[in-house]
Write a protein that binds this ligand. Structure first.
Ligand SMILES: *[C@@H]1O[C@H](CO)[C@@H](O)[C@H](O)[C@H]1NC(C)=O
Length: 382
């Protein structure tokens, strides 16, 4: 029964692209863990070197209260700048995390996901220009505020030109995915509010896309303004990960795959929604041999990442846990297969279990007309 259940669980999680890197926090991550990172000790999911001279806890906080409630993160991040946030003698205030990974995040067609929020406490000052979630070359980024003129606009830019904007509202969660085709040199934007699934808000435009895989700045840089202001500014982040297409539009369907245990416990109903939202190109990977391979190789994020596009979300949810890539964390990783089995292994009633199976099958059958999904491959196991 267990293997049947595992097979059923797999198609649900294979419908979106592979996660190449994830900064989604499990419940045990602490600021001290991130603070352990250095050039000679490159542990965890994040490089942490762009910040002021204060204690790390002045600039970073980690708490379940800092995440989008709809997100799968056990905890979100507070990233703060204040009057001490001058890095390396610069005049800009900066607190920025950068993905720590050996995976190539700068080729092919990738989606860079993140959710962002502010509060009424320590709000950003709209009289300063902020650059947020930017790449070194600034081919894509968010901007907030304007030097000299109070401007509450959060705007999305490609090659320095704004293509979409919204008025920043404290307490709202803004979900984004940069849709970057490094090969054809295009970038587009997907966005949503709160728990809504992402929708494309800007079709890809031409831009000078490039990344050395260690230059996506998750955090904020504030340019000097016409006046000075030392008040702390908090920005809250969650759901930060990079995936290969097809895009995952659901908020919260990705998680760290570690002790929080939510990674593989995708319910049939959420599977159904993510299925409708994503292209079917990876569905063939649910063949049992693939699932086995994905499971066995998934312990090594680098390996898992090179398997794309065949590698399943099972492997990618492991690749998605570089917080777990740190040697000290690796023991917390539940094997994906067993955790997904566990999620299905104890249905509260047989009827409920059957409902789950039906929901999955309906998704698969409804897609069978579209070409690459073969529902018969699944019915065989029933
Ligand atoms: C989010 O809500 C704001 C209004 O608060 C709206 O202007 C904006 O278009 C919404 N964003 C998306 C992506 O739907």
């Amino acid at each position: 029964m267990q293997s049947l259940i595992t097979l059923l669980a797999l198609p649900a999680s294979t419908l979106a692209g592979s996660v190449l890197w994830s900064g989604i926090s499990d419940s045990s991550l602490t600021v001290d863990d991130i603070d352990k990172w250095s050039w000679s000790n490159q542990v965890g999911a994040w490089q942490w070197y762009i910040h002021g001279s204060g204690e790390t806890s002045e600039y970073l906080g980690i708490s379940s209260e800092f995440k989008n409630p709809a997100a799968a993160d056990a905890q979100g991040l507070r990233i703060t700048i204040d009057g001490t946030s001058f890095w390396n003698g610069q005049t800009m205030e900066r607190s920025e995390l950068i993905p720590q990974t050996k995976v190539n995040l700068g080729s092919g067609h990738l989606y860079y996901h993140f959710s962002l929020s502010t509060k009424e406490t320590n709000p950003p000052n709209p009289s300063f220009e902020h650059q947020i979630a930017f790449f070194e070359s600034h081919f894509t980024e968010l901007k907030y505020g304007a030097s000299g003129a109070s401007d509450n606009t959060l705007s999305w830019n490609a090659d320095g030109k704004s293509h979409w904007s919204v008025q920043l509202e404290a307490g709202n969660w803004y979900n984004f995915a940069y849709d970057i085709d490094f090969d054809s040199k295009n970038v587009g934007l997907w966005a949503s509010n709160g728990s809504e699934p992402l929708t494309q808000v800007v079709a890809p435009v031409s831009a000078s896309t490039s990344s050395n895989s260690a230059d996506w700045h998750v955090g904020q840089l504030r340019l000097p303004g016409s006046k000075s202001d030392d008040a702390a500014e908090d920005w809250f982040w969650s759901g930060v990960y990079v995936e290969e297409g097809p895009i995952t539009t659901e908020i919260g369907s990705r998680s760290s795959g570690s002790s929080s245990g939510s990674s593989s416990s995708i319910s049939a109903s959420s599977a159904a929604t993510s299925a409708t939202a994503s292209a079917p190109s990876t569905v063939q990977s649910v063949a049992p041999t693939e699932s086995t391979r994905a499971t066995t190789t998934s312990a090594d994020p680098a390996t898992a990442a090179t398997q794309s596009p065949v590698s399943t979300t099972v492997s990618s949810s492991m690749a998605a846990s570089p917080s777990t890539a740190a040697p000290t964390k690796s023991t917390e990783v539940a094997t994906p297969t067993s955790s997904s089995a566990a999620a299905f292994a104890s249905p509260t009633s047989a009827a409920e279990f059957l409902t789950d199976i039906r929901a999955l099958l309906n998704v698969l059958l409804s897609r069978s007309g579209s070409g690459s999904v073969h529902a018969r491959d699944f019915t065989r196991y029933l």
